[in-house]
Design a binder for this molecule. Structure first.
Ligand SMILES: [Fe+2]
Length: 213
């Protein structure tokens, strides 16, 4: 049944009013989903590499670069109101293209000596960070992931893991699927975009990290 003409008029007027309202900043509109905590796993470095900068593809003083597809990973460290948490330190670590962590307890041999394995950076005034690393690969029973540790200046550190959208093993990964809340689960699964302008086999992705309290 068609709506009465007067009702239609009200709906149109209401829509016009809503669209005319100033856009509320995200900080007011709704709190951001806190990034869920995940296990650090056994491979946080027990010996830090000599080079621990935010470029894991190139190691200072070495000509060989990392095997694997390149990933330009960027994001911001925010509170649930969307404000930058300045001076936060962000660390990442992940296995190399051969599925090996640069850790004394991982299986010997087969390591990619051109991959830094671990990196650290400090966010800028906008809470933004960036890493050049490799697109994570699956190893053992795990879906591809990058371990992330955030150290805010005045609160507890957050340890989590970042995943790649569309990876079939995401559905069965035991650690990813410990996250029951759908919004929190979605918050750690990042779409990666091919970025041919940056080079063949290069991807980019954005992973914002939201801390509570
Ligand atoms: Fe891992």
């Amino acid at each position: 049944m068609p709506l009465p003409r007067r009702t239609v008029g009200r709906l149109i007027a209401g829509a016009a009013l809503v669209s005319a309202l100033p856009r509320l900043p995200a900080a007011v509109a709704s709190p951001l989903t806190p990034t869920p905590r995940q296990t650090a796993g056994p491979f946080y470095p027990d010996q830090f590499p000599a080079d621990i900068d935010n470029d894991l593809v190139a190691i200072a003083g070495q000509s060989a670069t990392a095997a694997g597809a390149e990933l330009r990973l960027t994001g911001r460290v925010l509170d649930t109101a969307g404000r930058a948490i300045r001076q936060s330190i962000v660390e990442i670590w992940q296995c190399d293209a051969n599925g090996r962590y640069h850790h004394s307890t991982d299986r010997p041999g087969g390591r990619d000596g051109g991959f830094q394995g671990f990196g650290r950076t400090t966010v800028d005034e906008d809470g933004a960070y960036s890493f050049r690393t490799i697109r994570p690969v699956a190893y053992g029973g795990r879906t591809p992931h990058i371990h992330v540790l955030v150290r805010p200046p005045a609160a507890e550190p957050l340890v989590t893991q970042m995943y790649v959208a569309g990876e079939p093993r995401n559905e069965t990964d035991g650690i990813l699927n410990r996250i029951r809340d759908p919004a929190q689960r979605a918050s750690v699964i990042v779409p990666l975009m091919a970025d041919p302008t940056a080079g063949a086999d290069t991807f980019s992705g954005t992973f914002d990290i939201v801390l509570e309290g």
